[in-house]
Design a protein around this ligand. Structure first.
Ligand code: ADP
Ligand code: MG
Length: 602
């Protein structure tokens, strides 16, 4: 787990003015845009100072007050004045330092930028005397000093943000919207630094508190015990000089937005396009359309291979080995989420709580609710019985068939499984099709956007079957579709779909993919496939594999002899994404021993 500020980090250096050459190299841009950007900078500072406990307090979403207290190494009194001056830092001092940044801060601008648009008060003690030096400043650049009692550490209070710049305030969302953003930043940091104890209080309400131990505990503290019991480990995986590790909550709990997908690079929660896309490509085939998981991934990369100096708010980084890391990320996420079946008793999580209730911001009048009241409300909303933790499946033995729809199976761990025969077959066919297409991709590497996430088979182990049509079928497309299809005929041939231009926007289909149980009406099927293959989307090939697999898979209602039932299970088990069909619907449902015992009151 990345930890850029551990106790064995180099001892604290003095704060100095950065040389001009370095200042020029620092990505320009607005450091302070809204309360969420202020809290981000203050958290960076607290963590850089080695804090183990961080407390954040906001009023009116941080517009009225944002206060961050830490137990870090503090700022000596004689350095306080320089800390608030522009371009001063104790973290970098030479140009060379910028090439391997180990701290979250490195620009020396945050405190000065905040003081330019808000009232700033810093109270800091850098020793155990129990006395802290206090400095206050603000947009008028005045400076007042005092002292106060305080243990080692720093408290930074930012009041009346943009009070003197009404135009800047006008573009903000108002207290509730800003509170949600600020909350999201603190939550992301708490998940990025699970060994640090985080507390967030908003308008007097305790919004978040983590124990400061490990990632599962932090996730449990933030999202509740149900989520905590449904955690699936991601990795650890090593990819070149990078390593990644994380958690994803089982498919029983999903969200309509991406807010709970947290990517952390060297301790910094970031929004990187390529990595986000990779994570999404990993989970998307396993969740229903438009749903997103609760997921946290920590990436540790050698500092010289990552450049955080590319974004004014430090919200993105440039990674040297981005594409290989992205590919590893995608596979790791897919494997973690895809292997776990849906457990009965777990689905209540999704049913009862669309969103974790701690995340709901208090209504204006609930300012007066006490923390205890709030906690009891939370408790009341929790499901009566705890969901089962995910388990290994082991192997499955078919023990019966229900209405020619579900295979009943017993796992080697003693759980009862229900397996949807259509979806199980569909998943296997889909993986097989993807391997065929991927084998072709190896042959022509310039073809993009299609990588397989399952275990790769040797190319010659992949059956190349197709079904020749007695009568070739003519398919007419729109000119745009035709243009796209004409670039894709090679991939289609690899799947067994022989589709050639026949003049104008007409195509001649000579063969169809030869899959078990395929096409009853070849002409209709050919037309449907050609249209699907001409789809205007980067992942058209994936979509095509999904619809091919769906068409070809054993239907629900089809009788299966016991050996066929067992064969379906045996084919399913080696797949990494065996718990969901390619559309993202569940295909395996587990009734654990403990679930049965609870239900029957054994
Ligand atoms: P940067 O973090 O890029 O160095 P900042 O403007 O954020 O620049 O902070 C200036 C300096 O003030 C930091 O380099 C650090 O030495 C000191 N500082 C700020 N906040 C804290 C804190 N919470 N604990 C200890 N030192 C701090
Ligand atoms: Mg800083």
């Amino acid at each position: 787990m990345p930890d850029t500020h551990s106790e064995d980090a180099t001892p604290r250096s003095r704060i100095r003015r950065l040389p001009d050459a370095l200042v020029e190299r620092i990505a320009a841009g607005e450091v302070v845009e809204r309360p969420a950007s202020v809290v981000r900078e203050l958290l960076d500072n607290a963590l850089d100072a080695g804090a183990r406990t961080v407390r954040v307090e906001m009023r009116d979403g941080g517009l009225r007050l944002l206060r961050v207290s830490d137990d870090g190494y503090g700022i000596p009194p004689e350095e306080l004045a320089i800390a608030i001056a522009p371009h001063t830092s104790n973290k970098v001092s030479t140009l060379d330092d910028l090439t391997h940044i180990r701290t979250l801060g490195f620009r020396g601008e945050a405190l000065a930028s905040i003081a330019a648009v808000a009232d700033l008060e810093i109270a800091s003690a850098s020793d155990d005397s129990g006395l802290a030096e206090v400095v206050t400043t603000g947009p008028d650049a005045s400076e007042n000093r005092s002292t106060t009692a305080r243990a080692r550490g720093t408290t930074v209070a930012v009041r009346n943000l943009f009070g003197t710049v009404p135009a800047r305030r006008a573009v903000l969302r108002g207290p509730r919207g800003e509170a949600a953003r600020t909350h999201a930043v603190v939550r992301a940091y708490a998940l990025a630094h699970p060994h640090v104890r985080f507390t967030l209080v908003g308008d007097g309400l305790l919004l978040l508190q983590t124990p400061g131990s490990d990632l599962p505990s932090a996730v449990t503290a933030v999202y509740g015990a149900d989520a905590g019991k449904a955690l699936l480990p991601i990795g650890p995986v090593t990819e070149g000089s990078a390593s990644l590790v994380g958690i994803v909550v089982s498919r029983a709990l999903s969200f309509a937005g991406r807010d709970h997908v947290v990517l952390v690079v060297n301790g910094r929660p970031i929004a990187n396009r390529a990595l986000t896309a990779a994570v999404e490509a990993g989970y998307r085939p396993l969740l229903r359309k438009g749903r997103h998981p609760l997921l946290v991934v920590h990436l540790a990369v050698p500092p010289e291979r990552v450049d955080p100096n590319v974004h004014p708010a430090k919200a993105d980084v440039l990674l040297r080995d981005e594409s290989s890391i992205a590919a590893a990320l995608r596979t790791a996420v897919h494997t973690a989420l895809g292997a776990a079946p849906l457990s009965l008793g777990q689905e209540t999580v999704a049913g009862l709580r669309e969103r974790p209730i701690q995340l709901r911001l208090p209504a204006a009048r609930s300012r007066y609710t006490t923390i205890a009241e709030r906690a009891s409300r939370r408790y009341a909303a929790a499901p009566q019985s705890a969901p089962d933790a995910p388990e290994e499946i082991g192997s499955l033995i078919a023990i019966g068939h229900f209405d020619n729809v579900l295979i009943l199976a017993r796992s080697s761990y003693g759980s009862l499984y229900l397996v949807d025969q259509h979806r199980a077959h569909e998943r296997g066919l889909y993986e097989q099709l993807k391997r065929r297409a991927a084998a072709l991709r190896v042959a022509s590497p310039e073809r993009d956007a299609f990588t397989i996430t399952d275990v790769a088979l040797p190319v010659d182990a992949i059956p190349h079957s197709h079904q020749l049509l007695l009568e070739p079928v003519l398919v007419e497309l729109t000119p745009l579709q035709a243009a796209r299809l004409s670039y894709r005929t090679e991939e289609l041939a690899a799947l067994g779909l022989d589709c050639q231009p026949f003049g104008g926007s007409v195509f001649l289909v000579r063969s169809l993919p030869g899959l078990t149980g395929a096409a009853h009406s070849p002409a209709g099927f050919a037309a449907e496939l050609a249209a699907a293959a001409a789809e205007d989307a980067d992942d058209w090939l994936d979509h095509l594999c999904v619809s091919l697999a769906c068409r070809a898979a054993i239907r629900r209602g089809q009788p299966l002899a016991p050996p066929q039932q067992q064969q379906l299970l045996d084919d399913l088990m080696p797949l990494s994404a065996r718990s969901a069909c390619p559309h993202g619907s569940p295909l395996l449902v587990r009734l654990s021993r403990s679930y049965l015992a609870r239900t029957f009151e054994w």
